[in-house]
Design a protein around this ligand. Structure first.
Ligand SMILES: [Zn+2]
Length: 472
C-alpha cells in the first residue's frame, strides 16, 4: 500500500495517456495514479495533485500506455539467437532447436530466461507467457519462473508436455529425444510445478501439451483436465504449419481444432500461431472463448504463413501478440510485432485497410491481458499497475500527429523509458532496477558459446551463413 503520508505511490503526469479502456479514451495530457500495486486514478490534465504522491514522474513528450503482453515465448531458446537463418520450420527444428533442446542444461535455461526477460522489460513487456520445454524437469521449469520474477515480469510458464513418442510424431520426423517421459511422469512433473506456482500468483504454471496433433490423445485430455482442476488455462502450438491440419486429417480424420472442440477440450485453450484455420475452427475458437497467440514476426521469419487475423477478430476470438522467443523472432520487441501484425495482413490481402494500428495496440494490451487472464491491459482504476512510458521525442517519432500510429509504426523497444509491473519500476532510463544486466549478458554469452559447441551446432556460426543455392 502507499505509505502513510501519501495517497499515491506513483503519479505519472504530463504524458499522452492511452487508456485502452472500453471507450479507448486518450488523455493528452493525462495523469495516472498508482497505489498498492494497482491503478487508482486516471484523468485528463493533471488533476490528481502532485503533493499526494510519494513519487511524481514528468512524462511530458511521452506516451503512457498499458504494459505490453507477450503471449508466446520460449525463453530457454535465447542462447540460440541468430543461428539457423533461412530454414523452414521443420528444418529449423531438426537442425537447430531440437539438438539445442537436447543439450541445454538447467543453468543454461535459467541464464537464457534471465537474458530474454531483461530484453523484454527493456522493450515495455510487463507480462509474458513462456512455453518452456527443455529441460522439462520441475526444477528447470520453476527456475524459468524465478528468472522472470527476478527481472520483474508477471506471467505464465506453460510447461511443455510431450509424453511417449507417438506414431504421428515419428511420421513427422520428430526425434525421440523430446519424448523422454511417460504420460504419468509428465503429469506428475506438471502437477508439481502447478503446486509450486498456483493460480493467481504473479507467475503461474500452465500445462502445455506441445501440439495436439502429435501428443497422445489420452495425455492431451488429462493435461487439460489438470489445468481445469488447478483453475488455470492451457497452452499449445496448433496450425503453425499447413502440415498440422494435413497430419491431423490423415491420422485423426478431423482438423485439429474441430477435434479439440468435439472432445470438449477447447475451453481454456490458448493456441500459439493458429495460422492454418478454416472457418469452422475459427467459429469453435470464438464459441469456446479460446484465445490465439499471434506471432507475426516469427511467422515471417520461418515463412509459416499468415494468420487469418481479420476473421479471428471479427468472430470475437481473443487474440494477443507473441514474439515466439529470441530464436524464432530474433527480438523480444512487441513494437516490432505490432507493426508486423498490421503489415503482414495488408500485404497478404493486398489491402491497406486489412488492419490498422489500433488493432495492433489492442492485441498487445487488452487482448494479451485477456489471453493471460490478468486484470491488466488497460489503464483504469482497479486494474494492475502494469504500464509503460514511451519516449516520443526521437527524430523517428517526429513530427507527432497521431500517437497510435507513432507507437505502432515508428516506435521501437529502445524508446521505452520506464516499465512498471505491479506498481514497481522494473526498468527506467536505460537500466533494469532489479538485476545486474552486465553479469547476465556475460553469463549468457559464455553459456551460449559452450552450448553451441556441445550440441554440435558450431557449423551454424560465423562466416557468410549456410551454403545454399542462389536466392535473389
Ligand atoms: Zn513456439
Amino acid at each position: 500500500m502507499s505509505d502513510g503520508d501519501h495517497r499515491f505511490d506513483l503519479l505519472l503526469r504530463g504524458g499522452v495517456v492511452m487508456t485502452m479502456d472500453a471507450d479507448r479514451a486518450v488523455f493528452d495530457p493525462g495523469v495516472v495514479a498508482v497505489a498498492g500495486g494497482r491503478i487508482v486514478g486516471v484523468a485528463p490534465g493533471g488533476e490528481l495533485g502532485d503533493r499526494q504522491a510519494a513519487r511524481v514522474v514528468d512524462c511530458s513528450g511521452c506516451a503512457v500506455l498499458p504494459g505490453l503482453v507477450d503471449c508466446h515465448n520460449h525463453l530457454f531458446q535465447a542462447l540460440s539467437r541468430g543461428l539457423g537463418d533461412g530454414l523452414a520450420l521443420w528444418d529449423w527444428l531438426t537442425g537447430l532447436i531440437w539438438p539445442y533442446a537436447d543439450h541445454v542444461t538447467p543453468e543454461d535455461a535459467r541464464a537464457a530466461a534471465r537474458l530474454a526477460a531483461v530484453e523484454a522489460v527493456r522493450a515495455g513487456t510487463t507480462s509474458l507467457l513462456d512455453n518452456h520445454y527443455a529441460p522439462a524437469d520441475p526444477a528447470s521449469t520453476l527456475a524459468v519462473a524465478e528468472a522472470m520474477e527476478e527481472v520483474g515480469l508477471r506471467g505464465v510458464v506453460a510447461r511443455g508436455i510431450f509424453g511417449p513418442i507417438t506414431d504421428v510424431a515419428r511420421s513427422r520426423g520428430i526425434p525421440d529425444l523430446l519424448f523422454r517421459m511417460s504420460a504419468e511422469e509428465e503429469l506428475e512433473a506438471t502437477a508439481a510445478c502447478l503446486d509450486a506456482r498456483p493460480a493467481g500468483g504473479r507467475l503461474e504454471v500452465w500445462p502445455a501439451p506441445i501440439n495436439p496433433t502429435y501428443v497422445e490423445p489420452d495425455l492431451l485430455s488429462r493435461a487439460v483436465g489438470l489445468a481445469r482442476s488447478a483453475g488455470v488455462r492451457w497452452h499449445t502450438h496448433c496450425s503453425e504449419v499447413r502440415a498440422d491440419s494435413e497430419t491431423s486429417l490423415a491420422t485423426h480424420g478431423i482438423r485439429p481444432l474441430v477435434r479439440l472442440a468435439r472432445e470438449g477440450l477447447l475451453e481454456g485453450a490458448t493456441i500459439a500461431h493458429g495460422i492454418w484455420l478454416d472457418d469452422e475452427e475459427v467459429g469453435h475458437l470464438a464459441e469456446t472463448g479460446a484465445a490465439v497467440s499471434h506471432c507475426p514476426v516469427a511467422n515471417q521469419y520461418l515463412a509459416s504463413g499468415v494468420a487469418p487475423l481479420r476473421d479471428l477478430r471479427r468472430a470475437g476470438v481473443v487474440v494477443g501478440l507473441g514474439t515466439d522467443g529470441p530464436a524464432g523472432g530474433q527480438r523480444q520487441d512487441l513494437f516490432e510485432c505490432m507493426k508486423s501484425s498490421v503489415l503482414l495482413q495488408r500485404v497478404a490481402a493486398l489491402d491497406p485497410s486489412a488492419a490498422r494500428a489500433e488493432d495492433a495496440l489492442e492485441m498487445a494490451t487488452i487482448g494479451g491481458a485477456a489471453l493471460l487472464g490478468i486484470e491488466g491491459g488497460s489503464l483504469e482504476p482497479g486494474k494492475l499497475a502494469d504500464l509503460v512510458v514511451v519516449d516520443l521525442r526521437g527524430s523517428h517519432l517526429r513530427p507527432l500527429h497521431r500517437v497510435a500510429t507513432a507507437l505502432v509504426y515508428s516506435a521501437r523497444g529502445p524508446d521505452v523509458r520506464m516499465t512498471v509491473v505491479g506498481g514497481e519500476v522494473v526498468f527506467e532510463d536505460g537500466r533494469c532496477t532489479r538485476v545486474d544486466e552486465n553479469e547476465i549478458l556475460i553469463e549468457a554469452q559464455a553459456r551460449a558459446d559452450a552450448l553451441v559447441e556441445r550440441a554440435g551446432l558450431s557449423h551454424l556460426r560465423g562466416g557468410w551463413g549456410l551454403p545454399r543455392g542462389p536466392t535473389l
